[in-house]
Write a protein that binds this ligand. Structure first.
Ligand code: 5AD
Ligand code: SF4
Length: 525
């Protein structure tokens, strides 16, 4: 924690002994007496510095401070005894993994997890800010939780994740949803025990959001969601500042974990029997650029390929930093899977220029050519935005033609959504919604067609499937993913869950494959 952060935190911790909850007036009664502006003026203006988007862009490139001394203060070790927590997660894998860390911290404080809102003593909303509809969902959920909080005043409701890094969101919660007990940012997860303690004692909303770039906190506890696949952060933040994207502001500057810490985590997962890991970062190809050593993603992947874990994936790539060294390492195969998620965003060089993606259509196609030369069987998937300001019909057609040319086997497709504080939000959002929707439909139709065609090639083939569990639709059917990330459904004994087995494909659909078990447990760890 730097000096300014410490000062900020100290200022927020203004809990007078007379404000303790044991008094008869509850947090809610008190809040109801205050009008929202008074609330903000009284408790926050002096203490809370909202995330500053302009400042974020000016951040300095420097190696992040790494802390290895995380611990839960003894007096908070049993705070959660006999109590339950529920975390609702929105958005990307990074958020899912943050939830695993918060679950780890809460479990270490004595809390148990629950899926039932009515049983929970703490409800945390781990939010996503990437598009407006993601935010609307969270505000809807906040509205739903209000009656529960009125009924159970001791329930602690917290908002964390990317939305809490946004100034406008924090202000809206302060003004319109004063029943929320705590808001904390993506850089403040390790402060959860202290913040929770404060929220329990204090009548005021506890707000701790640092607009600072963030350090790396290494030894945070985790309760992982499953025992088969695990996520491993390799870096945090993003410095790309694509003009439409809120992530560089909500997640802070690019900062890489030290290779030895990552490798130790992967080894640990391998030793626990995990079959697959996904290396996570907003822009994994920039891995190592901020370290004080000459070391990149290719080097890291090479070392990880030597670890005895059957499957290694990574996400998300940025085409700009995808270098030859990485291609060379990936081409060696082994446990490094040849599925590459490579967001293109648009097939038009002009749109890419205004998006500040820093590559052209031709650069992207050249990168794909290199990848395909080194890995002829690689599966490529992507992210695409339609309806970016001023996107013409011709430019959209260029996106369609690029999708065909590359032969993406699936794609996450999105309608452009202006995000306050980003450069693009200042431009007129001038593509009518009907046009955006029509473009999205055309794009999706093409992607579906390509996906179905790619699936057809598996007819009669035998594939290796990591069995994850019962299929969502039918408990008598098992399901899992192939190396190239295709979902396979088949009938088999539950005892093979967690193993990699061979399945012969006898029916192909647009997004899934059906098959029958050929042989059991070809690779048991
Ligand atoms: N509007 C629509 N889509 C967006 N994405 C990021 N920001 C926006 C936005 N403002 C998409 C990009 C990115 C994916 C995670 O979300 O395609 O790759
Ligand atoms: Fe957002 Fe990805 Fe661009 Fe970073 S590289 S600004 S996370 S779209």
């Amino acid at each position: 924690m730097n000096e300014q952060q410490r000062k900020q935190t100290d200022q927020i911790k203004q809990v007078a002994p007379s404000d303790l909850k044991s008094e008869t007036d509850t947090n809610l009664d008190r809040l109801k007496q205050l009008d929202s502006d008074e609330l903000i003026g009284k408790y926050f203006q002096a203490t809370y510095e909202p995330p500053n988007l302009k400042k974020a862009r000016k951040r300095l490139k420097k190696t992040a401070d790494v802390h290895y001394d995380f611990g839960i203060p003894e007096e908070m070790n049993t705070l959660g005894k006999g109590k339950k927590f529920l975390i609702r997660t929105y958005g990307c894998q990074m958020n899912e993994h943050d939830t695993e860390i918060m679950a780890g911290i809460l479990t270490n404080m004595g809390y148990e997890s629950t899926d039932n809102t009515n049983d929970a003593d703490i409800i945390l909303l781990n939010t996503c800010a990437i598009r407006e509809n993601a935010e609307n969902k969270v505000f809807g959920e906040i509205g739903h939780l209000k009656p529960l909080k009125l009924e159970k005043p001791d329930l602690i409701v917290g908002v964390c994740g990317c939305m809490s890094q946004e100034e406008a969101v924090v202000n809206r919660i302060l003004k319109k949803h004063p029943f929320i007990d705590m808001i904390f940012g993506t850089h403040n997860i390790h402060r959860l025990p202290a913040l929770l303690n404060e929220a329990m004692l204090s009548k005021e909303m506890v707000v701790e959001v640092w607009s600072q770039e963030g350090d790396i906190i290494e030894n945070l506890p985790k309760v992982r969601k499953g025992k088969i696949k695990g996520w491993v952060n390799i870096m945090y933040g993003c410095d790309k500042f694509c003009t439409y994207c809120i992530v560089p502001y909500t997640r802070g500057k690019e900062r890489s974990r030290r290779p030895e810490d990552i490798i130790q985590e992967v080894r640990h997962l391998a030793a626990q029997g995990y079959q697959e890991i996904t290396l996570l970062g907003q822009n994994v190809n920039a891995y190592g650029k901020d370290l004080d050593i000459e070391y990149g993603l290719g080097d890291l992947m090479e070392e990880i390929s030597k670890i005895d874990i059957p499957r290694v994936r990574f996400t998300t790539s940025h085409p700009r930093d995808f270098d030859d060294r990485l291609i060379e390492v990936l081409a060696k195969g082994g446990n490094l899977l040849d599925h590459i998620h490579l967001p293109v965003q648009s097939g038009s060089s002009e749109v890419l220029r205004v998006m500040a993606r820093r590559y052209t259509r031709e650069d992207y196609l050249e990168l794909v050519r290199k990848i395909r030369t080194a890995m002829p069987n690689a599966t490529l998937t992507t992210d695409i935005i339609v309806g970016f300001p001023n996107e013409t019909d011709e430019q959209f057609e260029e996106t369609l033609s690029l999708v065909e040319k590359v032969g993406f086997e699936s794609a996450y497709t999105f309608i452009y959504s202006p995000r306050e504080g980003t450069p693009a939000a200042k431009w007129e959002d001038n593509i009518p919604m009907e046009v955006k929707k029509e473009r999205l439909q055309r794009l999706n139709a093409l992607v579906n067609k390509q996906s179905a065609e790619a699936m057809k090639q598996y007819q009669g083939q035998t594939v290796k499937v990591l069995v994850e569990g019962e299929s969502k639709k039918d408990p008598d059917v098992l399901s899992g993913y192939t190396e190239r990330n295709k979902l396979v459904n088949f009938v088999g004994p539950k005892s093979i869950i967690g193993q990699i087995v061979e399945v012969k494909i006898n029916q192909t659909k647009t997004w899934t494959l059906d098959g029958e078990l050929v042989e059991q447990a070809v690779e048991v760890k």
